[in-house]
Ligand binder design. Structure first.
Ligand code: BTN
Length: 264
């Protein structure tokens, strides 16, 4: 069913999210949010798509966004922070969804930096992108794709994707869920603006599945590395301890937890 924006607003209670802008069909809510003229956007705008015809995922992947079956939206913020803090906004996006889903009684895994998994299948992904005018950040777009009411997925996704409906075995009302996610985002964003980074990271570490596990990370430049996840820095970097006990930080990468990984 089509999202009822009035219904979302009725459930929402925060000071950051101001305008919900709904489009029945868009190429990509991130693309739209990035392209909008500066004077036409403000902090706390949210672009929502009924469907996306060219939904984008990380690493230039597509994001399957069928009509009315999920929550496909991008939150626009204009933080006055250094660029190196921006990755934290991806973590905040994922944490906000994770918390709302947990409140429905579903226990999901947070996979650094941007995935929410259930039984190793993806229920939500976050893609943050920014636009900068020279030195200053003009806007950060935190794009969230949450699989809500799909009954099934196309062949190529069915082993790796899952929806809330498939988990709960019932149709989920999207309005209250979106309102809750946006309220959570607002709470975490306020911490971010107050530079209370440790608080954000601690919330992440409590929920994330890979702490103290042996993992393999594939980095953007094609390198593969193995190690144990020991921490997340307050810039959102994953900190890994290698066999020789040397520690290394990563700001991006695809992580898989090694089979036979022992929890220490
Ligand atoms: C990923 O896991 O690779 C990230 C997926 C992010 C998908 C969302 S859907 C709303 C927003 N618009 C996009 O085109 N992508 C993000």
């Amino acid at each position: 069913m089509k999202l009822d924006i009035k219904g979302v607003k009725e459930h929402m209670n925060n000071n950051i999210i101001k305008n919900l802008k709904y489009f029945d069909s868009v190429t990509s809510t991130n693309e739209l949010a990035l392209e909008m003229k500066s004077e036409n956007i403000q902090e706390g705008d949210v672009i929502i798509g009924g469907e996306q015809t060219k939904g984008r995922g990380r690493l230039k992947r597509n994001w399957h966004s069928p009509q009315y079956l999920g929550l496909w939206f991008s939150i626009i913020v204009r933080p006055s922070k250094d660029l190196d803090r921006i990755p934290l906004l991806t973590l905040i996006g994922a944490l906000s969804v994770h918390k709302a889903i947990k409140n429905m009684g579903i226990k999901t895994d947070l996979k650094w930096p941007n995935d929410i998994l259930y039984n190793n299948k993806k229920v939500c992904g976050v893609l943050s992108q920014f636009r900068s005018d020279g030195k200053e950040i003009d806007r950060v777009v935190v794009g969230i794709g949450l699989n809500v009411n799909q009954k099934e997925f196309p062949k190529e996704l069915k082993d790796t994707s899952i929806s809330l409906r498939m988990i709960m075995e019932k149709i989920i009302k999207k309005e209250k869920l979106l309102a809750e996610i946006l309220d959570n985002f607002s709470d975490f964003y306020q911490l971010f603006q107050n530079s209370e980074y440790d608080e954000i990271i601690n919330s992440w570490k409590i929920e994330m599945s890979m702490l103290n596990k042996q993992i393999t990370i594939n980095t953007a430049n094609g390198n593969k590395m193995k190690g144990k996840v020991v921490d997340i820095s307050n810039k959102g970097e994953l900190i890994i301890e290698k066999l020789n006990k040397e520690r290394q930080k990563f700001i991006a990468g695809d992580v898989s937890i090694d089979k036979n990984s022992i929890r220490f």
